[in-house]
Design a protein around this ligand. Structure first.
Ligand SMILES: NC(=O)c1ccc[n+]([C@@H]2O[C@H](COP(=O)([O-])OP(=O)(O)OC[C@H]3O[C@@H](n4cnc5c(N)ncnc54)[C@H](O)[C@@H]3O)[C@@H](O)[C@H]2O)c1
Length: 696
């Protein structure tokens, strides 16, 4: 292997280049290479300044996270930075791409930072349940002040080079050749004999807040709202607070201790699991790099209802023109009005420039003529959830769509194979299951039919990523992965109401667990009438939900559902309690106290059981795929790692035994432990072990 770090000279300036593709992660050999070269340049009297830069598409984009949790190997990044700190010649980090995490910390060991335009700089550790562990929490506030540093560290979001220049994180933006520009910058520093101030010695940006420490809590209050139950944000705040009164060397030690505690903690492990699972989810057995995806330049969406409009927006948002087809002018107008309203809101929020609004809207071609889809490279159907309607439509699409067009259905539950059968282009048909609101939710379940062509599947994945979704490939079954597991949860949620819990008890237990909302608040948001109508069609009944719907309580849209609404704020309704108690009486169920712990077990264990069946049937490829689906589609808390990862932390034998008990108590066969769960529980195994065994 060639050296990942090398040094060359440009006259009196040393240029140290990190070249460790793909993103110059700071694995051990890289840290050692930087250290050796910095020392060599430092000790070479003919060198007067040092430029540190990265080859390839980015400067160092972070630590090598596969090394996390393993015994640290010296030199640690802290040592590299400490050595840089003590260099008495100007040191300049020349960065491009995404200097993130440890990469940005490394630059803060230099006297100066210059960046290429388009660079994005940040400390994203929080997204892995961590904090910067090599001085980031102490140095960033020294460079940009607490007001800017705290939200950067708490959100983990990067800032642009322009913002970084304004904030003082970088000293210059270099147009053209970055390294040449950095060398020029170094020479100008030498020529002007600019003082060399180490970042660790900078105190100017902290003076105001030190004089008025109450301001710190005000800033925290502004930015720490969504961090309930999370260890990393609390640790980050604790570390940043040290800049107010603790000498930096001592503070860096404390920062390190906080980091080390987080690294071995369950929350960060879970978040790291998700990070890897998300990357893994895009890999599909049998679809290698040799399968070339089809080119997608134009899209069409059929149906401009709740889902169609949002799906179409995803394409327009990345500059892909999209035709949108409806059955009537009225429906088309309604659909387009919603799209326009959504974009207006983006303009108000500042995420879309006012002058770009018309450009964005110009990418839509609304029509009632199905023939207009004939140029589209991908057609996504989002019409009513009704098999005959979908089949009729796919029959017509076959005659109109251009050869080679991908024909996708957004069905939530229906059999993609049956839909594909009506065409002679069986291989072109695939499921692309978006989640509501489709322009916001990141999950995309890609449903692989038994005849879906490999390049069609590859195309669906590439398109999914292009429109900024997280694609996960799943197989055909009722409800695919996400909704199939959700059904298991919904059945139990309703049963809990009959047995003695109230909606706020169930929802409360789940929000405490970390979900953004519980099942009943979710029903109220989606509309209780949706499920009610579909159940009526199928001839099934949900005693409580259907009684509410029959009383005209459809949820938020009617101002009352499982809760009473004033605007969006919900409160428990005594009328609902009465209605639930009456339902228990009617169904002959004796009400009792239901504990929070029981609620969690009853709601999530059956999901895990269903997940195990899904794995056994090959509907999902890996347990991590299921976790990614639950995270991005249903708000499972990232710091619990998704249902399958969480199950491993609880212990599969415990879950299996409880499910067995439940099956016995209730006579409900669904609770019988899945074969896979039984086997793993007997072996003392885990779902994670299963994934590792498969990969080996
Ligand atoms: N709503 C959700 O949360 C959700 C989530 C994921 C998937 N889905 C699925 O997406 C699909 C659409 O659901 P929705 O909630 O958007 O329904 P919707 O009722 O809001 O919209 C469906 C639209 O399709 C139009 N339509 C019907 N037949 C058509 C045809 N032949 N040609 C053109 N337009 C036609 C209707 O006029 C209507 O505007 C369904 O298959 C549903 O299961 C829905």
């Amino acid at each position: 292997m060639t050296d990942p770090v090398s040094m060359r000279r440009d006259g009196n300036v040393a240029i140290i280049t990190i070249d460790n593709p793909p993103v110059n992660a700071l694995r051990h050999a890289v840290r050692k290479g930087i250290l050796d070269n910095v020392i060599a340049a430092r000790d070479d009297a003919s060198i007067e300044a040092i430029v540190l830069t990265g080859a390839g598409r980015t400067f160092v984009a972070g630590a090598d996270i596969t090394e996390f949790g393993k015994p640290p190997q010296s030199p640690h990044l802290i040592e590299v930075i400490a050595t840089l700190d003590d260099v008495k010649k100007p040191t300049i980090a020349a960065v491009h791409g995404t200097p993130l995490g440890g990469g940005l910390e490394l630059t803060m060991g230099c006297h100066f930072r210059v960046a290429a335009p388009g660079t994005r700089l940040g400390l994203p550790e929080i997204k892995l349940g961590l904090i910067p562990g090599a001085g980031g929490t102490q140095r960033l506030p020294r460079l940009v002040g607490i007001e800017k540093a705290l939200p950067m560290i708490l959100s983990g979001d990067p800032i642009s080079a322009k913002d970084a220049l304004a904030a003082g994180l970088v000293d210059d933006i270099i147009e053209g050749d970055l390294v040449a520009g950095a060398v020029k910058f170094a020479r100008s520093v030498l020529a002007a004999k600019r003082p060399l101030q180490r970042v660790k010695d900078r105190e100017d940006k902290l003076e105001d807040i030190r004089a008025n420490p109450a301001k710190f809590d005000e800033i925290v209050a502004q930015h720490a709202k969504k961090t309930r139950g999370l260890h990393a944000p609390a640790a980050a705040i604790e570390a940043i607070r040290l800049t107010l009164d603790t000498p930096i060397d001592e503070a860096q030690k404390k920062e390190r201790d906080l980091f080390l505690k987080l690294v071995v903690g369950e929350q960060s492990k879970s978040q790291r699991h998700i990070f890897f699972a998300e990357r893994e989810a895009g890999k599909v057995p049998g679809i290698g790099k040799d399968v070339a995806p089809r080119e997608i330049k134009k899209a069409a969406v059929i149906g401009a209802g709740t889902m169609g409009g949002g799906i179409a927006m995803n394409f327009a948002n990345v500059g892909i023109p999209v035709t949108i087809v409806e059955t009537s002018e009225d429906a088309l107008k309604r659909g387009m009005a919603t799209i326009e309203k959504n974009y207006q809101m983006s303009v108000q929020r500042g995420s879309l420039k006012a002058e770009d609004l018309s450009k964005r809207l110009a990418l839509f071609t609304p029509t009632t003529d199905l023939n207009a889809i004939k140029d589209a490279d991908i057609v996504i159907e989002a019409v009513f959830e009704n098999m005959p309607i979908k089949k009729e439509l796919f029959g017509r699409l076959e005659a109109i769509a251009k050869p080679g067009a991908v024909l996708a259905t957004n069905t939530s539950y229906l059999d993609v194979n049956e839909i594909a059968q009506v065409t002679h282009r069986i291989g072109d048909v695939v499921g692309m299951h978006f989640f509501s609101p489709a322009n916001v939710m990141k999950l995309l379940e890609i449903v692989r039919g038994k005849d879906t062509a490999p390049d069609v599947l590859a195309t669906a994945i590439v398109v999914g990523r292009a429109i900024k979704k997280v694609p996960v490939v799943v197989g055909v079954c009722h409800g695919f992965v996400g909704n199939r597991m959700l059904s298991a949860r919904s059945i139990e949620a309703e049963k809990l109401l009959l047995e003695g819990a109230l909606p706020q008890d169930v929802d409360g237990a789940l929000t405490e667990f970390g979900f953004p909302m519980g099942p009943f608040a979710m029903s109220d948001l989606a509309g209780i009438d949706v499920g009610w109508r579909s159940r009526k069609e199928r001839g099934v009944r949900n005693e409580i939900a259907d009684t509410l719907a029959e009383a005209g309580r459809f949820g938020q849209k009617t101002g009352k559902g499982f809760y009473l609404y004033e605007g969006r704020s919900a409160r428990p309704d005594p009328e609902v309690e009465k209605l639930i108690v009456d339902a228990s009486v009617r169904m002959g169920v004796k009400r009792r106290q239901v504990s929070k712990e029981e609620i969690i077990e009853r709601l999530i264990y059956p999901m895990v059981n269903e997940g195990a069946r899904i794995l056994d049937e090959g509907i999902a490829t890996r347990p991590g795929d299921i976790d990614v689906i639950w995270l991005y589609g249903y708000g499972f808390p990232a710091w619990r790692g998704g249902p399958m990862h969480w199950a491993d932390t609880v212990g599969l034998a415990k879950i299996r035994d409880r499910l067995k008990e439940l099956a016995k108590e209730t006579g409900d066969k669904r609770h019988e432990p899945a074969a896979l769960l039984n086997r793993l529980a007997d072996e003392g195994g885990t779902f994670a072990g299963l994934a590792t065994a498969k990969a080996a």
